[in-house]
Design a protein around this ligand. Structure first.
Ligand code: DC
Length: 224
């Protein structure tokens, strides 16, 4: 089957919009592959940190983006484990520090270009759910279905707070809200692949909606 014949559903949106949870659930229901593109950007940031690469050194970051080995392994918890160069780095990848590093390096056009083919390679039968910021606009512009998830910044901060404090991470709601607003601004204002809905994306505001409800809406889109 040619790659372009493999169906793709893209789910884009800002951090905390529920993309990860929704995309994984939808992929599970459909029996499709799942691409967590944010994890790739985070992995480059983490691998760069391990190698003492300066986040202000674009050439070294691009090399790192090409060289880093990232593997996803299914886990009973539902959230796949992520191995960087063979080392399980799932917990480090989810920290706010890794998120901030990912957001900074994601603004470098050559890093984005370096990760393009790697992302497109996830398009394998029987289908792919691709989660990120530019899945519908840049990586899979020919996707069969495109969704853009949003939620108020306050609700996104609250979700992140529950998620992190549930894992025993010490954070404050106001600090998370500040970080989310700063990250939104950076992701939306960068020159290359800024966070914006594709023109043909279906927008779903998840504020006040439960996970099951959003999953059902997305599945209805694909199955109709
Ligand atoms: O979805 P996430 O929080 O794991 O993403 C981490 C950062 O990576 C986010 O701030 C922006 C960047 N990113 C991106 O620029 N393009 C993507 N397709 C996915 C993530």
């Amino acid at each position: 089957m040619p790659e372009s014949a493999v169906p793709v559903l893209t789910i884009d949106g800002p951090s905390g919009s529920g993309k990860g949870t929704i995309s994984r659930a939808v992929a599970g229901e459909l029996g499709w592959h799942y691409l967590d593109s944010g994890a790739l950007y985070r992995a480059v940031g983490v691998a760069a940190g391990w190698s003492d690469i300066d986040l202000a050194d674009p050439a070294a970051l691009v090399r790192c983006a090409f060289d880093v080995e990232v593997a996803f392994r299914d886990a009973p918890s539902g959230e796949p484990r992520v191995l960087i160069n063979g080392v399980d780095a799932t917990d480090e990848l989810r920290t706010e520090t890794a998120g901030a590093a990912a957001s900074a390096i994601a603004a470098i056009p050559e890093v984005r270009a370096a990760l393009k083919d790697r992302q497109r390679a996830f398009r394998q039968p029987p289908g792919l759910v691709a989660d990120g910021r530019d899945m519908g606009t840049v990586i899979f512009p020919d996707a069969d279905w495109k969704v853009f998830l949003t939620a108020s910044a306050e609700e996104r901060a609250e979700r992140r707070y529950k998620q992190l404090s549930g894992k025993g991470v010490s954070v404050t709601l106001s600090g998370l809200l500040r970080e989310i607003l700063a990250r939104d601004a950076r992701d939306a204002s960068r020159a290359v692949a800024p966070l914006r809905p594709a023109e043909d994306a279906v927008r779903i505001d998840t504020t006040g909606l439960g996970i099951d409800e959003v999953v059902a809406r997305v599945l209805a889109l694909v199955r109709d």
